[in-house]
Ligand binder design. Structure first.
Ligand SMILES: Nc1ncnc2c1ncn2[C@@H]1O[C@H](COP(=O)(O)OP(=O)(O)OP(=O)(O)O)[C@@H](O)[C@H]1O
Ligand SMILES: [Mg+2]
Length: 615
């Protein structure tokens, strides 16, 4: 399953539905804050609706004073109205500010929750999912898409719902005031929305071309600058200039065309608006002259008309954003729907692994990485292998024979296609993944250190592990002296990738980590790159201590590594071709192991084919 969502073809209604579902899920924990936000929004809208009413009262009172029809206390009333106007204006601003702050907080909390869930979800997916994707793609999905959503998450509901409420409020007030005025402005609103929707896409192609032209100009400049020596040396200056002028001319034409297309959109909507104003003013004059409405009312209607524009613009703009965010919503949603291929046992059927060293049993195991392609060659075929508890098995075989693959099944990075893998008598599929991965330790050639303190690198960010245990583990692997030299002890930062540690120290630190987990089975994928002899000895001593009293599967690239194991298994082409106690195989002159050993230890003449088996 690849991640090719047909991004641009998601219809707005579908993304609206998905957006609604995501919004509901992630806003639910913040229901309180969301409720406060809604109240702020509603009160703010109420106040906004109040402003023209106050103005009308003011104008009517003032015109009354001017006409001399109102005398007693009119001055005081005007001052009072001015005060109310000021208070309402200030209140609207304050509420708006509070709503913005709260909206951003709610939006960010929600998107951070979403990020966390996505990361957790991806970490739980099996390796089939991860090997199909690059880390760049995953970063883009977990962070990029969610960031694209976050503004939108914070504002969409506020803007659209707020805009709709304001719009409805204005129209209701107008209908209550005068049915004719209400009808006229409702028609105007519908017309304006229709025009905005119709013209929405007009400027898009021209704008796209404008961006392409800009990219071309900059690309051209960059290319000529990087190649400046060649251009000069070959006397290409005049030619380059000519090409540049040509590119600039195209750029200019495209910019002008895009600007004009955008102006058409803007002018149409604004022209319609001006038309609305003209009609309103004209009919107001008629109504005032006829004595049907007061001057204050006429002004109030005009004011409401002006107020109509911003919610209409906001709603159409947000719907446009929704279309763009639709792609992100779709991808996030798809990622969350991605299911691991591993069946996960629930608590009821979960089985625990026994304490102490675990015995390992592969029973008729066949496995293929691409299980969607049934005709592909299996990467493991008919593997039957037993490692008794506490025994150490050395796994040999030429590169690509399936050694690493075999051990991956022990961690359930993948499940076998046929057969089963049993640990301590329990089918690995019946053990909860966290338990399984706690009891099986892995030491690979690639040491993964984090940009964090020594403590966090050892405990995998588990604060509950006592310092004594951490320090004990460091001593255990022979890093005692190294640790004593650290300036800030366990809090000393380790740079990502282990840049501040030598390769050997990084390896030993990784070993200490495995020690801490106290696994019953250790898988060791031997480093093929050689360390210096002193470090190697330290590593070997630490390994000896780590493996004591535990079952171990040791993938060896050099025969010295398996000199002390209990049993040896040799793989070739996805199959097990030899398996037995090391001493027995070593004593049998015809065994592959004995022949390999003779060649590798220089006891016999080089045998090309055999040596290759150790490559
Ligand atoms: N993640 C993967 N996806 C698909 N195929 C894989 C994957 N990992 C390994 N393979 C293939 O499976 C086969 C066995 O690989 P594996 O890594 O188990 O070999 P190996 O014996 O560990 O080799 P080496 O000695 O080089 O480490 C190889 O053909 C390899 O190309
Ligand atoms: Mg390998």
């Amino acid at each position: 399953m690849t991640a090719t969502t047909p991004t641009s073809t998601i219809p707005a209604t579908a993304s609206l539905r998905r957006y609604g579902a995501l919004l509901g899920r992630y806003l639910a924990p913040q229901a309180g804050a969301a409720a406060v936000l809604a109240v702020l929004l509603l009160v703010g809208i109420g106040l906004q609706l109040l402003v023209p009413q106050v103005l009308r009262r003011f104008i009517d009172t003032a015109t009354g004073v001017a006409a001399g029809t109102l005398a007693e206390g009119a001055g005081a009333a005007l001052v009072g109205l001015a005060g109310v106007f000021l208070a309402v204006a200030l209140g609207t601003q304050l509420l708006g500010g509070a709503a913005t702050v709260l909206g951003a907080a709610v939006g960010w909390t929600a998107t951070n929750l979403l990020r966390r869930d996505l990361l957790e979800h991806c970490l739980a997916l099996d390796m089939t999912f991860h090997s199909a994707r690059t880390s760049g793609e995953m970063i883009e999905r977990i962070d990029g898409d969610v960031t694209a959503l976050s503004d939108f998450f914070a504002q969409f509901a506020v803007r659209v719902i707020g805009g709709l409420l304001l719009l409805a409020g204005i129209l209701v007030v107008l209908w209550l005031e005068n049915a004719w005025i209400g009808l006229a402005l409702t028609v105007f609103t519908l017309l304006e929305v229709a025009v905005m929707v119709a013209l929405r896409e007009v400027a898009v192609p021209a704008t796209t071309r404008e961006r392409e032209a800009a990219a071309q100009v900059f690309g051209f400049v960059e290319e000529r600058l990087t190649g400046i020596q060649d251009v000069r040396a070959n006397g290409g200056g005049a030619h380059a200039l000519h090409r540049f002028i040509h590119a600039m001319r195209t750029f200019f034409h495209d910019v002008r065309r895009a600007w004009m297309a955008r102006s058409v959109v803007w002018l149409s909507s604004y022209g319609l608006f001006v038309l609305g104003m003209l009609v309103t003013i004209g009919s107001s004059i008629q109504l005032v002259m006829a004595g049907a409405i007061t001057l204050g009312t006429a002004y109030m209607v005009f004011q409401y008309l002006i107020m109509l524009q911003s919610p209409i613009e906001q709603i159409t703009q947000q719907m446009q954003l929704l279309q763009r965010a639709g792609a992100s919503v779709g991808r996030v949603d798809e990622l969350l729907r991605e299911r691991s291929r591993l069946t996960v046992v629930d608590g009821e059927h979960a089985r625990r692994l026994p304490d102490g060293p675990l015995d390992v049993r592969f029973e008729g195991v066949t496995f293929r990485y691409h299980d969607a392609e049934p005709d592909a060659d299996p990467n493991l075929q008919g593997i039957d292998l037993v490692v008794p508890a506490g025994h150490h098995l050395g796994l040999l075989g030429r590169t690509g024979s399936g050694k690493t693959t075999l051990t991956r099944l022990l961690f359930r990075f993948y499940d076998p296609l046929e057969g089963s893998v049993r640990l301590g008598g329990v089918d690995a599929r019946e053990v909860p993944l966290p338990e399984l991965r706690r009891r099986v330790g892995l030491v690979t050639q690639e040491v993964q250190l984090f940009q964090a303190s020594v403590r966090d690198n050892l405990s995998f960010f588990d604060d509950t592990v006592p310092d004594e245990r951490l320090i004990g583990a460091l001593h255990e692997v022979g890093l005692g002296a190294w640790f004593d030299g650290l300036p800030q002890g366990l809090d000393t930062p380790v740079r990502a990738g282990g840049a501040s540690l030598s390769a050997g120290e990084a390896q030993l630190l990784a070993l200490a980590r495995v020690f801490l987990a106290d696994p019953g089975l250790v898988v060791l994928d031997e480093p093929s790159s050689r360390l210096d002899p002193v470090t190697e000895q330290r590593l070997e001593r630490a390994l000896e201590r780590l493996l004591r009293g535990r079952t171990a599967v040791i993938i060896a690239h050099r025969l010295e590594t398996v000199e002390r194991v209990d049993a040896v298994a040799i793989m070739s082409d996805a199959r097990l071709i030899e398996h037995g106690p090391r001493a027995v195989l070593a004593a049998d002159p015809h065994s592959r192991y004995a022949r390999l050993r003779r060649v590798a230890l220089g006891l016999a003449d080089g045998d090309e084919e055999l040596l290759e088996e150790l490559a």
